[in-house]
Design a protein around this ligand. Structure first.
Ligand code: 8YV
Length: 328
């Protein structure tokens, strides 16, 4: 009888997905809600041919060196800043992620966070629950206009474009963007999106949504100098990665009225949240849930499993990040 390859599933996954993986592999599942600490991850990965991870497991060159049998790292995320892809490629380890299946769901959430932030929904709810809704005033909880305003998008990939469509076609917004590479003229025309330099984008946006991938170059690319360029009436929404924003600089700008409001789904040290943000009423805080609908999370888990099964059974994985290491 063939011996099944051994894999580690580092976080709980839907039962159907675990069932599919168990049909192909000998599965070591970490079922806990808290991620495995790095040393336990290393121990559990020894002798495994593949690993199913989420955004909370870091795959470094040192970890790969301790686990030479590893051939595939399949993450149930679209972002992959937690994986040293170059180190994987250098060791012949395939890396896959889960693009596309979460695009629309994540864009829905980005737009919801923009609305909640601009229209002060969380602040209003807290006030009401605390029994502080006692009267009416013409400017009571008055927020910023969303429809017809200028939507800025930093990072115009799949999710950025899906947010642009919501803004343009749903809310009649003017769409401006900045990206490492400019979109094709036909895509710009379809989205009604105008390409600007990063500084121009910061100056002109009424609402700025961050959707760029995180990398060393993107670390704190929104800091005090960038925030100073923004309108004091503007809102900032981050659904990308916490490390993109200098949270201390953001908290200071929000506290001093240099920026109207922020909506944050991601944090630099998550799940820890910078205490300076917790004290501010003009910030909406959500616990990294932009892709969190059951159908989308199932689709992400299925795609990560498809990738892992293909990678270890000699088939072509659907969404490889380092396809150059696959046989031609
Ligand atoms: C994940 C995400 O849910 O896909 C990503 O890159 O940020 C989210 O969709 C999160 O990373 C948890 O795995």
């Amino acid at each position: 009888m063939d011996v099944k390859p051994r894999i580690l599933v580092a976080r709980q996954a839907p039962a159907e997905v675990l069932g599919r993986l168990a049909a192909h592999f000998e599965v070591d599942l970490h079922p806990g809600e808290v991620p495995l600490p790095p040393e336990q991850l290393r121990e559990r990965l020894r002798g495994k041919a593949g690993v199913f991870i989420t955004g909370t497991e870091r795959i470094s060159a040192e970890l790969l060196d301790a686990c030479p049998e590893l051939r595939a790292v399949c993450t149930m995320t679209v972002g992959y800043n937690h994986i040293d892809v170059a180190a994987c490629s250098a060791r012949g380890v395939l890396v896959t992620n889960t693009p596309d299946v979460l695009t629309e769901t994540t864009a829905d959430f980005g737009f919801a966070l923009l609305m909640a932030t601009a229209r002060r929904m969380a602040e209003g709810e807290r006030l009401l629950r605390d029994g502080r809704w006692t009267s009416w005033a013409w400017d009571f909880l008055a927020g910023a206009e969303v429809h017809g305003s200028t939507l800025g998008i930093l990072g115009m990939g799949r999710i950025g474009q899906a947010i642009a469509r919501r803004g343009r076609f749903g809310f009649g917004m003017k769409v401006i963007y900045h990206n490492r590479s400019r979109l094709a003229a036909s895509t710009e025309a379809e989205l009604g999106a105008r390409y600007l330099s990063k500084d121009e984008l910061l100056r002109e946006a009424d609402h700025l949504v961050l959707v760029l991938p995180y990398s060393a170059a993107a670390h704190h690319c929104i800091g005090s100098a960038e925030l100073a360029l923004m309108k004091p009436t503007a809102t900032l929404v981050n659904i990308a990665r916490g490390g993109i924003v200098d949270e201390d600089a953001l908290a200071a700008a929000l506290r001093e009225g240099r920026l109207a409001a922020a909506g944050l789904d991601v944090f630099e040290g998550e799940p820890r949240v910078n205490p300076a943000l917790l004290t501010l009423s003009n910030v909406v805080l959500t616990p990294h849930i932009a892709s969190a609908t059951l159908p989308t999370r199932r689709a992400m888990a299925e795609l990560a499993a498809d990738n892992l099964i293909a990678a270890l059974t000699g088939a072509r994985p659907p969404t490889p990040l380092n396809p150059e290491i696959l046989p031609a």
